[in-house]
Design a protein around this ligand. Structure first.
Ligand code: SF4
Length: 220
């Protein structure tokens, strides 16, 4: 049995060990942190330990090298259409880790078509004084999916319960800046508090795509 298939089976069977890398369909996901600057009432982390056979609750935060090492075991398993920073936490809590891993992917696996970050959009608030968008672009990130999950600041506070007072405004600034050099989409979960038409209007005015995500206690 090829080495990478063995490694894959081992990872799938190790249900009890937290996964730093997991997959759904043709997408490979990286679970680099469990920290998050929001406390969304609908967050999957409140209800589950993981997704499918993958446990995503981490015992501790992994180093970039540990993530890269797990990534190396599965990256040749198939022709992944994208690699996505999206786990049980907010990836932008660890900007340097994203940059290191992304540089490694671009250096050794240039054939990977897309590297995306699924984020709550707090990139500026979590990394004050950094040129966040420029650094992401230079490292090889090409797409950003921002979970806006509200049509205004009050609703955002109510459903996402952010650690920052000016979170909603900062997310919009982040999107404005990111869309200059990256492909950006806004997403929102279909919960009663959110006026989807208004979120779509925000996306339309900003000139970025919009995607509604069904509210299920499963995965966004
Ligand atoms: S932003 Fe995402 S990870 Fe953070 S609490 Fe909300 S749903 Fe959970």
């Amino acid at each position: 049995m090829p080495k990478h298939v063995q490694a894959c089976k081992k990872l799938m069977n190790s249900k009890k060990s937290p996964s730093l890398v997991y997959w759904l369909g043709n997408s490979l996901y990286l679970n680099i942190t469990n920290r998050c600057s929001n406390k969304c009432y609908f967050c999957i982390r409140r209800f589950k330990d993981g997704i499918g056979s993958f446990k995503l609750k981490l015992d501790r935060e992994p180093s970039s090298n540990e993530v890269i090492s797990e990534l190396q075991n599965v990256i040749n398993m198939k022709n992944w259409s994208e690699i996505v920073f999206c786990g049980f936490g907010e990836p932008m809590e660890r900007l340097d880790c994203i940059l290191e891993i992304c540089r490694w992917i671009r250096r050794y696996y240039g054939k990977v078509t897309s590297v995306r970050i699924d984020t709550n959009g707090h990139g500026f608030l979590l990394n004050r004084g950094r040129e966040v968008v420029k650094e992401l672009e230079e490292a090889g990130v090409d797409k950003i999916s921002v979970s806006l999950n509200a049509h205004d600041e009050e609703t955002y506070r109510q459903v996402c319960r952010p650690a920052f007072d000016d979170a909603f405004e900062s997310i919009l600034e982040f999107i404005e800046k990111a869309k200059e050099v990256l492909t950006v989409e806004i997403t929102a979960v279909t919960i009663p508090e959110v006026d989807m038409e208004k979120v779509m209007e925000i996306a339309r005015k900003m000139g970025v795509k919009f995607r509604a995500r069904r509210y299920i206690s499963c995965f966004w």
